[in-house]
Design a protein around this ligand. Structure first.
Ligand code: NDP
Length: 317
């Protein structure tokens, strides 16, 4: 069956490209749907961030989009076939699997899903203008930038991520406000204790962010207490959303086993999904670490597992 690919990779973030590099170097001739618009943009969340300073190998840091271009070049160098198209339909119920974009249908013996997740945004009026100019959805990625050093900062949310990111930001900022819409945190008890004990972290209860203030960069935030209706402005140099992520799994719904939040469930210690021959890598299954380097690591693991599985089944074309 010459028209069946050994492995199709869906998604082109660090997980997808690392899977492609490994699969290509194993002579599997991988085919990648890079995506176009569905996950925000081809290349994933790194393309919407600025300096990446925590990816090993770049001691001076690297721009997110540049890092993605380097990943892409490396996939290309080893012969990955890539198309910048969104997958609009996928059939994982029979083998070979079928993966369709608007322009083509590709059949595959195995599939690696690395469609990532999208950080939720609030859609406040100045959000687009201030994005990457003081607004971010990843404190771990952006918090250490010089613009945030010794400045008051703000985190929105009351879950584990909000506490983790707010705690992390207290290392750099002069103080951190955590603005939460209720009077109790969603975060686990241990994380709550960490938040309450941190002298540089102030929780602002029952409050919502109305807008970011600033011309070129964020200089403040307008918030309202939803119980008292009192509105006030706080001086801050950064506003970090930590209001959750949405995994990009819409097209797999009803076919793959997903958890309650829509993340792909994998078998512990593997990258295997509920369907044999279908593997997941990166943020599409990982809501815990969500780092470029952890996504890359699971992309590597998924490719190695796919290679082994294809060999075991005698399916390599
Ligand atoms: P969560 O969904 O747990 O929390 C999101 C928070 O944002 C909630 O407090 C929610 O408020 C608030 N929120 C959501 N939408 C809005 C909005 N439109 N406006 C204002 N506030 C909003 O997401 P997390 O990213 O924190 O966590 C995801 C998962 O990952 C969880 O299972 C968590 O336990 C896990 N995790 C574990 C970590 C660890 O173990 N170290 C670290 C990070 C995450 P409300 O509470 O009112 O709903």
């Amino acid at each position: 069956m010459n028209d069946v690919k050994n492995v199709v990779i869906v998604g082109s973030g660090p997980a997808g490209h690392t899977a492609a590099i490994y699969a290509a170097r194993a002579n599997l001739k991988p085919f990648m749907f890079e995506g176009y618009m569905l996950g925000g943009s081809a290349g994933g969340q790194l393309t919407t961030t600025t300096d990446v300073e925590n990816y090993p190998g770049f001691p001076e840091g690297v721009e997110g989009p540049e890092l993605m271009q380097l990943f892409r070049k490396q996939s290309e160098r080893f012969g990955t076939e890539m198309v910048q198209e969104d997958v609009v339909e996928i059939d994982l119920n029979k083998s070979p699997f079928s993966i369709k974009s608007e322009n083509r249908e590709i059949k595959a013996h195995s599939v690696i899903i690395s469609t990532g997740a999208t950080a939720k945004r609030m859609g406040i009026p100045n959000e687009e203008k201030m994005w990457n100019n003081g607004m971010s959805a990843c404190a771990v990625c952006d918090g250490a930038l010089p613009m945030f050093r010794n400045q008051p900062l703000m985190v929105i949310g009351g879950g584990d991520t909000a506490v983790e990111e707010a705690s992390y930001l207290t290392k750099f900022g002069s103080m951190v406000y955590m603005v939460h819409r209720r009077d109790a945190l969603r975060a686990s008890k241990i994380m709550q204790e960490r938040a309450f004990k941190n002298p540089k972290l102030e929780i602002i209860w029952d409050s919502v962010l109305d807008d970011a203030i600033g011309e070129e960069y964020v200089t403040g935030a307008k918030i309202t207490n939803i119980k008292t209706k009192e509105t006030r402005e706080l001086e801050v140099a950064g506003i970090f959303y930590a209001i959750g992520h949405t995994p990009n799994t819409g097209i797999f719904n009803g076919q793959l086993d997903l958890d309650n939040s829509g993340y792909i469930r994998i078998k512990p210690g593997t990258q295997e999904t509920s369907i044999e021959g279908v593997f997941a890598a990166g943020d599409v299954h990982d809501h815990k670490y969500r780092q470029a380097i952890t996504a890359a690591g699971t992309g590597c693991a998924a490719a190695l597992e796919a290679e082994r599985w294809l060999a075991e089944k005698g399916l390599v074309e």
